[in-house]
Design a protein around this ligand. Structure first.
Ligand code: ADP
Ligand code: MG
Length: 625
């Protein structure tokens, strides 16, 4: 037997290990299972190159909870360590690694911290154990070694009579960490961190029911089998050519057991150069709410779960997707602020953006109909991406769709082609009209269609921002909502219908109307329109409305505080009703006619509510009596 003192540079690293990562004690299990996996894969490699002359024999890793003796065992059948190797790897290498980690962590703990606290290694065992033992038998022909350390820098190292190859780590769980003696807790942790690790992990046994025999002889028999908690070959490490849609969907259900709806489609990521990355990103149906859906992509490193916060690694607009990315090239022992500046990570993020754009383009090209059918469920992601990533914006020209109120789906080029004759104004600007709600803006849509205009249906929450971007990047194009003005002014052509009213009458009419409506909200605007057009109508100027909407969805608003609601009240001086109002004898009667007309206009914009609506209804009944 030998004893020794671990070479401690920093005084008292053990208390540091215990206290430092107080909130994340659970990561010790991930570290130990990772080591067991590494040791097993090392053995596999050595047998393959015939360096180790032993049979590989489908080894597994076993986790045993011994609640009574307050011990947790992690047992592998990997390469094992000789006494010399324990000295070298545990007492020296691993220890200085842990020391370095803690030094680094002290500094970066101030900002957002090291991702998933990856890399503390073997010594993380002391976060939960007051004493740790290693019993290890190397594949080499040497006796087993037994290392033991009680959390002080002193350790003992002696021979052991273990004969089967591999390493057993025994944690004597500290009384502060009793939770790790609950099998259910261990199961939860293994499922969280190790669900897709490459070596089978056994936790206890379970009873399964099998049918044996056939027909009348068939009988159900119960059998006790190892309870393997992981799926050692998850879909993302397989070749895309070996997978069908159904395989992707069933892996999706494995990732999100509570999710009952299949994803719309997926993108299999696979790159070797200049960095390694594999993964699968799924497009689920995205609702209008931009915030509830994040934190669903899981980050792995060599099949070990790291975190489900991929901020900084995956471009912001894609955090609404789901799935897995696995890359050994993402530095995890740095804080997030360092991560954002890392060149590799930037490349990874660009690669993911490009892959997503390429996939969308190929889906669009391959089956346009089915792409159109999915548009409403994916548009938020695409529109958000167009806004936030210029490279994506460029690529999205090929597949971003602009649906019309008549059920067509057009690309921007198709839209321009379709509208250029009817919708170019006198200054040569192509004006695109859109609605945000076909029911609420029905009258305006009909008026525009009657003119031969195409009306788009753009109803996502960030549409104001997107239009702003399109107007600045596309040449000579502008967007106006159908209710932004009366139809002849939405797209101004040379010919204006001449007014039938004298100037004197126009002034009279204007002051009559202004007497009735509150001028803080409504600007009265006399227009000489077609006599068939509506006599009174309310519009909301495009610029003000869009700014207000952009302010509500964050960013881009130019005014502080709450912007007021502002409307135009348009009076069509060529309409017979307007002449009738002017000819009416008493002011009281005129006011009543105007009030009724304005209320009808407000009603069609959904602006008449509460008491005003009630009195409008009562007044209307009076009129038809
Ligand atoms: P890392 O895994 O990053 O090398 P660790 O502190 O986790 O750092 O482990 C240190 C070293 O101890 C490993 O590199 C390995 O050589 C050895 N080791 C740890 N656990 C085992 C094990 N179960 N079987 C064989 N060797 C092990
Ligand atoms: Mg390790």
């Amino acid at each position: 037997m030998s004893t020794g003192k671990i070479n401690v540079a920093v005084e008292n690293i053990f208390p540091l290990i215990k206290k430092f990562l107080y909130s994340d004690h659970e990561i010790f299990l991930r570290e130990l299972i990772s080591n067991a996996t590494d040791a097993t894969l090392k053995l596999k490699h050595l047998t393959q190159i015939e360096e180790a002359k032993v049979a590989y024999n489908n080894p597994q890793i076993e986790v045993k909870v011994d609640k009574k003796a307050k011990k947790l065992h992690i047992i592998d059948q990997g390469v094992g360590m000789t006494a010399d190797e324990v000295n070298k790897y545990i007492n020296e290498v691993a220890f200085s690694g842990a020391e370095e980690f803690l030094e680094q962590y002290k500094d970066s703990a101030k900002d957002s911290g090291i991702i998933g606290h990856f890399g503390l290694g073997f010594y993380s065992a002391f976060m939960v154990a007051k004493k740790v033992e290693i019993i290890s038998k190397s594949y080499k022909d040497e006796p087993a070694a037994h290392w033991s350390c009680d959390g002080s820098p002193e350790f003992t190292l002696e021979k052991h009579d273990k004969t089967d190859r591999g390493t057993e780590i025994i944690l004597h769980i500290d009384k502060d960490s009793k939770e790790f003696l609950e099998e259910s807790k261990i199961r939860t942790l293994l499922t969280k961190y190790n669900k897709f690790m490459p070596i089978p992990i056994k936790l206890g046994t379970k009873e399964i029911t099998k049918t044996e025999g056939e027909g009348e002889d068939a009988k159900e028999i119960k059998e006790v089998v190892d309870d393997i908690i992981n799926n050692p070959s998850p879909a993302w490490i397989k070749k895309p050519t070996d997978l069908e849609d159904e395989d992707y969907n069933s892996f999706y259900r494995e990732l999100y057991p509570m999710q009952f709806e299949d994803p719309l489609f997926q993108i299999h990521l696979n790159v070797d150069y200049p960095f390694h990355l594999t993964g699968i990103l799924y497009f689920p149906k995205i609702t209008q709410d931009l915030n509830v859906q994040k934190d669903r992509i899981q980050l792995y490193q060599n099949q070990v779960f790291v975190t489900d916060n991929v901020e900084g690694i995956v471009p912001e607009f894609l955090t609404m997707l789901r799935g897995v990315i696995d890359s050994p090239d993402i530095p995890l022992n740095v804080s997030r602020s360092y991560l954002q500046a890392d060149g590799n990570v930037k490349k990874i993020s660009n690669y993911i953006t490009r892959k997503v754009a390429d996939k969308l383009k190929s889906l669009f090209k391959k089956d346009r109909k089915s792409f159109q059918d999915k548009w409403n469920d994916i548009k938020v992601v695409i529109e958000y991406g167009m806004l936030s990533e210029d490279k994506f914006f460029e690529k999205a020209k090929d597949f971003a769709l602009y649906p019309t109120t008549s059920g067509e789906y057009l690309t921007i080029e198709e839209l321009k082609e379709k509208t250029k004759d009817a919708q170019t104004d006198k200054d040569g600007k192509l004006v695109q009209l859109y609605a945000s709600n076909v029911d609420e803006q029905h009258a305006y849509i009909e008026a525009a269609k009657a003119k031969g205009y195409t009306v788009l249906l753009l109803d996502s929450p960030i549409v104001g921002h997107l239009l702003q971007k399109l107007e600045t990047s596309e040449e000579n194009i502008s967007f106006a909502r159908v209710d932004a003005d009366q139809v002849d002014k939405l797209i101004v052509k040379e010919d204006t219908t001449p007014s039938k009213l004298s100037e004197e009458n126009q002034n009279k009419l204007k002051s009559l109307v202004e007497d009735v409506v509150p001028q803080t909200t409504y600007t009265v605007q006399l227009e000489s329109m077609d006599s068939q057009a509506m006599p009174f109508m309310i519009t909301q100027p495009e610029f003000m409305r869009r700014m207000k909407e952009m302010q509500q969805t964050g960013g881009g608003g130019m005014f502080g505080g709450n912007m007021p609601e502002m409307y135009n009240l348009i009076v069509n001086v060529n309409h017979p009703l307007v002449s009738q109002i002017l000819e009416t004898k008493t002011k009281k009667k005129q006011d009543r006619l105007i009030k009724q007309s304005v209320d009808l206009a407000r009603l069609s914009q959904n602006l008449l509510k509460g008491e005003e609506l009630t009195s409008f209804i009562n007044r209307s009944f009076e009129l038809i009596k």
